[in-house]
Every structure is written in C-alpha cells, then in structure tokens.
Write a protein that binds this ligand. Structure first.
Ligand SMILES: Cc1cc2nc3c(=O)[nH]c(=O)nc-3n(C[C@H](O)[C@H](O)[C@H](O)COP(=O)(O)OP(=O)(O)OC[C@H]3O[C@@H](n4cnc5c(N)ncnc54)[C@H](O)[C@@H]3O)c2cc1C
Length: 465
C-alpha cells in the first residue's frame, strides 16, 4: 500500500471538531467579575464541575473561563472510548489500590450511569453506542496477559467473553488477530466533541456564565476567596475555584513535578462503502485496542469511517506544548502503515483527517486531586489517556474537596494520595525516553521487560498514554 497516497489529502484537522455544528465562540471576559465558584478550563473536567455545581445548588453563581473554546483540546479530539474505570484500567487500579479497588469499580460504574443519565436529561446527541471494547492479542505472548486480565475482570463482576483466533476474526476480520477479550459492559463509545458541546450547552441552560478565549494567567488569595487574573485584563474573584486545566502549564507550581504533556495521534478514513465495511465485519461496532506497550485504539464513527490512533506517545523536552506538535508526519505514516497491515482488505481507502492532542500523564496513570489557597481551590488532573468518563468523577471530587467537609469519596486513599513526581529536566526527558525505548524493545521481544522496566515496575512507576 502506498501510505503517501493514502495520506495525501488528509487535512491537519480534528475530525470531531471539523463540523458545521461546532458552536460559535462565546465572548471573552472583559472587566472584573464576582462569582461563588470559578472553573478554570472548559474541557470535560471543567464542564462537569460547572454542571454538577449548578445541579447541586441552582442558586450558586458559577463562572467558567476557557483559554480557547470549550472542548477544543483533549476533550474534543479523543477516541471516544468512555470507560467506567477511574484507574486507567482495572489491572492498574488493582495493583495500586488493592484495598479500594472494589469501591473504585463501584464508583466508576455509578459514574458512567450518572453520565449517561445526564446525557439523556439534557438530550446531548453524542452518538452513545453500548458496544463494549475488545482487547486484542496481536502477538502470542499477549494471550496469557489477556487471559489474566479477563480472569481479574470476571472476579470484579465484569461481563467478559474470551475470544479465540477464529472467534475474534469473526467479529472483526484482521489477519493480525490471535485472540481477544470482549469487555462487553464497561465501555461505551461516543462522539467526543458532541459530548463537550452538549455539556457546554447544558451548563449555559442552567445559567453558568462561560467566557471563551479567556486564559487565566495567575491566581492569588483575595480576602476570603481567590482572584484569577486573565490575559487581556479581566479578572474573576470567587469564593472557590476548580482548576481543570489538564496538561496545560499549571497555574499551581506544585503540579509541575507531577504531570507531563504527552502527544497522542490519530487518523480518520473517509466513510467506508458498504462492501468495504462488510469485508471487515465489525457488525457489533466495538471499540478495539491491541495489547502492546505501544498500542493502537480504533473504532467506527457514526458515518462508518475508521478512527485509528495511538502507538507513538511523544514527550517533548521541558513539558513543551505547541500547536505545531499536534502534527507529526512520521507518526501519521506509521499509523497508516499499521492500519493497512491490520486491514489489508482496505487497500485504496484514504484518510481525510490527521491530528494529535495532549494527554496529562502522571506516574500512576490515573487522576490525582488536591487543594490550595487554604482549601479554596481544588484540582483534578493526571487522567492520562482514560479521562472521557473519569473526568466527571474527578470534577465531583474537586467539588467535594471545595465543600470542606469529608465525604465518602474524599477520604479514599485514591483521592488523598499522590503519584510519584517526575524528576526535573534534563533527567525527565532521559527517564521518559529510556522508558519509551524499553517498552518498544519489550514489544519486539515477546514482552520481555528489561532491567529498567523491571525496576520501574518494582517502584510502581511507568509511562503511558
Ligand atoms: C488523541 C487523544 C485520544 C484520547 N482518547 C481517549 C479515549 O478514547 N478515551 C478516554 O477515556 N480518554 C481519551 N483521551 C484522554 C481524554 O481526552 C482526556 O483525559 C480528557 O479529555 C481530559 O479532559 P480535561 O477537561 O481534563 O482536559 P482538556 O480537554 O484538555 O481541557 C482542559 C482545558 O483547560 C483549558 N485551560 C488550560 N489552562 C488554562 C488557563 N490558564 N486558563 C483558561 N483555560 C485553560 C484548555 O484550553 C483546555 O480546553 C484521549 C486524549 C487524546 C489527546
């Protein structure tokens, strides 16, 4: 397959955001405002915080400020796999929080139920499909790990089906598949940008005041509250602040050691013809992910395109973020090559969109939480690559922390503990790149983990997207 030809017309734009239904931006903040609650960041975490705050207390005056437009960042450009897991997967959660994993699983399932109820309540048309997700083995050594994951999932009451080589290929026809585990009940697929836009509309309908193109440049104590100064001269003084800024340069210095921005990339094809789709099967439309350390995730869109993402997870020295980094020709070419080895029958299909986005990776791969300014600011960050569902829960935790009274959630070790920090540069880059290189080596050598990875495993550290 000529990868260059397949990518020739791919636009450097996010498929989900590249649609006429994208709402017009709201005016930026000018002047000074007072509010009960200020939310900084209009991705899922911020939108869920504002929405839940209003649902808790309709009389609360809530302001949300967003540096770009709501949902432009990770929340509008992800794969749309919405999982119950709050811990970047059950295995990660069980290893890190063995005493709390059952509670966290229950809270995660309740979180997804509440999320779907809200989507229905506000008539958010984000194409929810309850298909579940298949974890795929594409190398023999991955079969044992998948079987262990399936056994763990069953112990926690998940509905899983182990699929042999022929069974998995009967679901989705790829010559690369050796087996799979269909997690039927813990992941729904949805349209990420439509979810973000729908949450924004829901917030507005409840009276949240949203200012877009309004970047907060600094926070300071102000009497019994906190004042946020914004680029352009505006300011908001609020009794409480939820900081929901993901991997962007943190407004709290203390967070700099804990979160690194990691670029993750995706391609989208043109819509498949009925014959092309039939050649793949995929009648149940599950989300798919293979099981290497460097893994792909892929899915069908509502109009039967294939979104194909993942594999490279790229960190830039000094936590660098820039619009130009959301494009990477070598990564797009790698993804296209892998796409055609996965689906050789789709030779001739072209890609229409290619983009990248930033994941807020921390060393425990799942969100952590905290407060500042004497409890008047709360944050939730570090969702790594599984935040579509978990951000709603993270927002709930931040609101609970702001309330100042312990709740069943804020007393969890999961909420009270923090990940190990990353070392400062230049060590940070060295450590991350050594880890990425070692993970690629493990994938190429039957999963054998070298001394570096085994040491990190013993310390409970790692790097993921
Ligand atoms: C390519 C890609 C694929 C992914 N796929 C999946 C997936 O399939 N399933 C899954 O569960 N997760 C996935 N994720 C992760 C998921 O998208 C994120 O965890 C989630 O969207 C994080 O939401 P958020 O609100 O914390 O962050 P964001 O959506 O990044 O929102 C943060 C917002 O804060 C704003 N902001 C930052 N600083 C300031 C400031 N100083 N002032 C004002 N505003 C500010 C930003 O402009 C931004 O809009 C993926 C991520 C990427 C990038």
């Amino acid at each position: 397959m000529n990868v260059g030809r397949a990518l020739a017309d791919a636009q450097p734009r996010v498929f989900w955001l590249d649609r006429p239904e994208r709402p017009d931006p709201l005016p930026p903040l000018s002047g000074s405002l007072e509010a009960d609650l200020l939310v900084v960041g209009g991705g899922y975490a911020g939108l869920w915080a504002a929405l839940q705050a209003k649902q808790d207390d309709p009389g609360r005056d809530v302001v949300l400020v967003e540096a770009g437009t709501c949902g432009w960042a990770a929340s509008g450009r992800n794969g749309g796999f919405c999982a119950t897991s709050l811990t970047h997967g059950l295995a990660n959660g069980a290893a890190r929080f063995p005493d709390e994993i059952s509670t966290l699983e229950t809270l995660g399932a309740a979180n997804l139920d509440a999320m779907l109820a809200t989507i229905s309540l506000f008539d958010i048309r984000c194409d929810v499909e309850r298909t579940g997700e298949i974890s795929l083995a594409t190398a023999p050594h991955q079969l044992a790990d998948l079987a262990a994951d399936a056994a763990l999932a069953r112990r926690h009451g998940h509905d899983v089906v182990v699929l042999g080589r022929d069974e998995v290929r009967a679901e989705v026809a790829s010559p690369t598949y050796l087996g799979g585990v269909w997690h039927r009940d813990r992941t729904v697929m949805l349209d990420p940008a439509r979810l973000a836009w729908g949450l924004r509309a829901a917030c507005l309908s409840l009276g949240v005041r949203i200012f877009e193109h309004t970047r907060v440049t600094g926070l300071a104590s102000s009497g019994a509250g906190v004042v946020a100064r914004c680029f352009g001269g505006g300011s908001v003084r609020a009794g409480g602040v939820v900081l929901a800024a993901n991997a962007f340069p943190p407004l709290l210095r203390r967070l700099r050691a804990f979160v690194v921005p990691v670029y993750d990339y995706a391609l989208v094809t043109r819509p498949l013809t009925p014959a092309e789709l039939a050649s793949v099967g995929w009648r149940q439309r599950q989300g798919l992910a293979d099981s290497g350390n460097q893994f792909h995730y892929y899915r069908l869109t509502a109009d039967n395109r294939i979104l194909f993402g993942g594999y490279d997870a790229v960190y830039h020295y000094g936590n660098r973020m820039a619009p130009s980094l959301a494009r990477s020709a070598p990564t797009f070419a790698t993804l296209a090559r892998h796409f055609f080895s996965t689906f050789p029958q789709l030779e001739g299909v072209t890609f229409t969109h290619q983009w990248g986005g930033v994941v807020d990776t921390c060393t425990r791969f799942c969100a952590f939480f905290g407060t500042a300014f004497g409890g008047r600011l709360a944050y939730a960050t570090g969702f790594t690559g599984l935040g579509v569902g978990a951000t709603r829960f993270g927002a709930r935790v931040a609101l609970d922390l702001l309330s100042g009274s312990p709740t069943p959630v804020t007393t969890l070790d999961f909420v009270r503990s923090r990940p190990m920090p990353f070392p400062p540069e230049p060590l940070r880059s060295l450590v991350i790149n050594a880890t990425r290189w070692s993970m690629a080596q493990a994938d190429a050598h039957e999963g054998r983990r070298n001394l570096w990875l085994r040491t990190l495993d013993r310390l409970g550290l790692g790097f993921d997207s």
